[in-house]
Design a protein around this ligand. Structure first.
Ligand code: NAP
Ligand code: MG
Length: 404
């Protein structure tokens, strides 16, 4: 069989621990037999980030901007305990995802992968709900203080022109706490554009929620920018038969629980933090959650939402066979190959990416799955729990049959 050709390389960002093992297995079993794979390889494994003073992470993000499509393996963000585990570390290197996001900009979209064997905790949900979380500012970049005595707290903006604006936050009679936070109109606009663009890509409705009834300047500005940007996408939305609508965050929560799913829910930073855990848990498992960073001008970085699965890695190092779930990482590769094919006008590559995802789902629909998901299967659904090797082999057979 002739291998599928590529023209532009994918930016490949390798990672750590069990997901690094899965990464190689997925390539060897599911991709290299079928695709004449072209990648520009960046080793984001912790030791190489350390050896390059993290330059490799910056370089990989720049390459993602240059080529437009990247696929990333999960990586360790070192904490105090990792400094002990890896004594050669020069410092606690920052989160690679944070570094990449700050260079690429854009918004992270997280979508659960649904299978019949696992029913969402919310009975009405039939289709995935994608959470789009604004990843800049608000409480994550806030300053705070605590005051012990009676007094008054002010919020002052001093312009470069020298002009000042001051408001009284509150006069208090005793111990009190204060918080000052901000967002940038430019960042909100980029967020809005990424969301409208992604809704068009996915052909799904877009919701945006905030609390502009209470926050008449701050949240109202988010709402206003979304409305203003929507004017540029309105015609395309109409052509695709999809809608944009704004609602209050509490109303969005209530509607979500009553909905069938099948839409994108754009959230402010804190709301997205909370709602993405609520939605992913209610749909089943982080091991079945895909994640893609999309910039407003259409650059993509695909990854799995879970981490490096450390506990499994230490079992693997002892020679034990593992049942780590590779689905989210397979979907990251599938999404990246499909997008590369689409951007380069390579129909066979685009089709292969789609078939890779479909074959993975088909195997799970037959009841073959890793133990983490088999454990959650509905009663009456016959499942066969298999280890990673066998699961990948089943997907390969299914994929080969579909391609032939
Ligand atoms: P984790 O790697 O997501 O794993 C937490 C637990 O969830 C695992 O021990 C496992 O449970 C289960 N799990 C997650 N993914 C699974 C999969 N694919 N198959 C089967 N089970 C799975 O989170 P963590 O242990 O908190 O973090 C480990 C490292 O990952 C940290 O160093 C962190 O910095 C990094 N991390 C990276 C990213 C990223 O690069 N995007 C994201 C999050 C965390 P059982 O042990 O019960 O089987
Ligand atoms: Mg969180």
């Amino acid at each position: 069989m002739e291998k599928i050709q590529m023209t532009t390389p994918l930016v490949e960002m390798d990672g750590d621990e069990m997901t690094r093992v899965l990464w190689q297995q997925i390539k060897d079993t599911l991709i290299l037999p079928f695709v004449d794979l072209k990648t520009e390889y960046y080793d984001l494994g912790l030791l190489n980030r350390n050896a390059t003073d993290d330059a490799v992470t910056v370089d990989s993000a720049k390459a993602a901007l240059k080529y437009g499509v990247a696929v990333k393996c999960a990586t360790i963000t070192p904490n105090a305990q990792r400094m002990v585990e890896y004594p050669e570390l020069k410092k606690q290197w920052p989160s690679p995802n944070g570094t990449i996001r700050s260079i690429m900009g854009g918004t992270v979209f997280r979508t659960p992968i649904l299978i019949d064997a696992v029913k969402p905790a919310v009975r009405s949900w039939k289709k995935p709900i994608t959470i789009a979380r604004h990843a800049y500012g608000d409480v994550y970049k806030a300053v705070e203080l605590r005051a012990e005595e009676p007094g008054e707290c002010f919020l002052t903006f001093r312009g470069e022109s020298g002009a000042e604006q001051t408001v009284s936050v509150q006069k208090t009679a005793g111990p009190a706490i204060f918080q000052g936070m901000h967002n940038k109109c430019d960042s909100i606009r980029q967020f809005a554009r990424s969301c409208f663009q992604y809704a068009i890509d996915q052909k799904e409705d877009l919701w945006f929620s905030a609390k502009d009834t209470i926050s008449k300047t701050y949240d109202a500005e988010f709402k206003r920018i979304f409305e203003e940007e929507f004017e540029n996408y309105k015609a395309e939305f109409a052509r695709l038969g999809i809608t944009y609508f704004y609602t209050l965050i509490d109303d969005a929560v209530a509607r979500t629980i009553r909905s069938e799913g099948g839409y994108i829910w754009a959230c402010k930073n804190y709301d997205g933090d909370v709602m993405s855990d609520m939605v992913s848990t209610a749909f089943g498992s982080l091991a079945m959650m895909t994640s893609v960073l999309v910039t407003p001008d259409g650059k993509y970085e695909y990854e799995a939402a879970h981490g490096t699965v450390t506990r499994h890695y230490y079992k693997y190092l002892k020679g034990e066979k593992c049942g780590t779930n590779p689905v989210a990482t397979i979907f990251a590769w599938a999404g990246a190959l499909q997008k590369r094919g689409e951007l380069d006008g390579l129909a066979p590559l685009e089709r292969f990416g789609r078939q890779l995802g479909e074959a993975t789902l088909a195997v799970m629909q037959k009841g073959v799955m890793t133990p983490d998901i088999a454990r959650m299967a509905e009663p009456g659904f016959t499942v066969r729990a298999v280890l990673t090797d066998e699961f990948l082999a089943e997907i390969k057979a299914e994929l080969a049959a579909r391609i032939a």
